[in-house]
Design a protein around this ligand. Structure first.
Ligand code: SME
Length: 165
């Protein structure tokens, strides 16, 4: 298994480039979908600072169901259109929430969470799930985080057999 190499003193843009390369290296040669998602969540938790939860909700039988994650136990099922996750999945676009208390319908899993980013996972136009990351401070995620995490998801998509999950 390749080591994770992200230089903590580099700029945020460079750290996200390194993160994408680390993900490629980590998943190289492995096709097990569950193992790859589990390692992707572990890589995020190990690399990103000032977060308290990161992981995946998977699109199953018309609802989002909890997948591999790092953090406190979380709610298992989220209907389309509900919470930040269900809204991002419905709109099929990334949602950055600066203050979770100001987002109508936000679903609280870890009460420590103050801000959140949710990136939908779309494989050739098909919804496969979302990547969800929570932070214990307001305004944690900016445009650089958004671009970096969307890139992370793009690297992940062809390396996971979503239909086998
Ligand atoms: N806050 C999310 C629910 C999932 S947890 O944060 C892990 C939401 O509103 O959809």
């Amino acid at each position: 298994m390749k080591p994770v190499v992200v230089d903590p003193s580099a700029s945020k843009e460079v750290r996200y480039q390194d993160l994408a390369c680390s993900l490629e290296a980590l998943l190289e040669g492995e096709t097990d979908a569950l193992a790859n998602l589990a390692n992707a969540s572990g890589l995020l938790a190990q690399t990103l600072e000032r977060i308290n939860w990161c992981g995946f909700y998977l699109w199953r039988n018309d609802e989002l169901v909890l997948g591999p994650f790092q953090g406190k136990p979380a709610c298992v099922r989220i209907p389309l259109g509900q919470g930040v996750c269900g809204t991002a999945a419905q709109r099929r676009e990334t949602i950055v929430v600066a203050d979770v208390e100001a987002f109508p319908g936000h679903i609280t899993c870890d009460p420590a969470s103050r801000s959140e980013i949710v990136v939908p996972i779309l494989e050739k136009g098909e919804l496969r799930g979302v990547l969800d990351i929570d932070a214990p401070e307001k305004n944690r995620f900016d445009a650089v985080d958004r671009a970096g995490l969307e890139r992370f998801v793009q690297v992940l998509i062809p390396r996971v057999g979503w239909k086998k999950l």
